[in-house]
Design a protein around this ligand. Structure first.
Ligand code: ADP
Ligand code: MG
Length: 211
């Protein structure tokens, strides 16, 4: 498979919403130790609203779908992560031309621009124990797969594996941004909650592409 249709992508995003909703308590548990314990709650609120919206709306083009995804998250989630995860879906929209399909090249460029937008917005860099530590490896992997003209599903599986690697790597990072920076050494050994959410997003995109 070389491209994804807007219909498939919409179904994949519902899959993503289900995955986040199912992991609410795990995400909150991790944030309780290293943050203020609201990450799962905010993510569930946002992705439940997203699921409701996606189930009753039809989209003709991929850029309209992804714009609506980002807006719904910003509107309903609140907190630092509302802006951050909203920006993940809104930041790269300028890389998409209006079309009812998306190629791996476009998907990689879209998420890559999303990473840049998150960095501009939140002023975090790689290695500071944020969702970027899962997102950056996932997106670098997507770009590599696009260069190799890989199959879409293989590319998404690799991106998910890299995101999971980022979650593991975040355990040994010290937090410098967001609320968890107040915990510094106490955050050592635990993964970043936002990084876990990011790997769940890529897991569901991969699993949803052929579901
Ligand atoms: P809050 O920090 O407002 O309580 P959440 O608990 O929902 O928000 O989300 C925390 C997550 O948001 C962190 O685990 C981290 O991954 C992500 N995050 C926070 N600040 C930033 C930032 N400046 N850049 C990137 N990600 C961030
Ligand atoms: Mg929090």
């Amino acid at each position: 498979m070389k491209t994804i249709t807007v219909t498939t992508l919409q179904r994949m995003m519902i899959h993503v919403a289900d995955e986040i909703i199912a992991n609410e308590s795990y995400l909150t548990e991790v944030d309780t130790v290293i943050g203020d314990g609201d990450h799962g709650i905010g993510m569930k609120r946002g992705f439940q609203a997203l699921k409701n919206m996606l189930e009753k709306t039809a989209f003709d083009t991929v850029d309209f779908l992804l714009k609506a995804v980002g807006i719904e998250l910003v509107k309903t989630m609140g907190g630092a992560s509302g802006v951050i995860f909203g920006t993940m879906f809104i930041g790269g929209l300028n890389k998409l031309s209006p079309s009812d399909t998306i190629s791996l090249d476009e998907l990689a460029a879209y998420f890559d621009e999303g990473v840049s937008a998150i960095k501009r917005r939140g002023k975090a860099k790689a290695g500071e124990k944020t969702m970027l530590d899962a997102l950056i490896p996932a997106v670098e992997s997507l770009k590599q797969s696009a260069e190799e003209q890989s199959d879409m599903q293989d590319a998404l599986e690799k991106a998910y594996t890299m995101a999971e690697g980022g979650v593991e790597a975040s355990k040994s990072m010290k937090s410098r941004v967001g609320r968890s920076k107040n915990f510094q050494d106490a955050t050592l050994g635990l993964p970043d909650p936002g990084a876990i959410s990011t790997s769940l997003i890529f897991k569901a995109l991969f699993e949803g592409v052929n579901a």
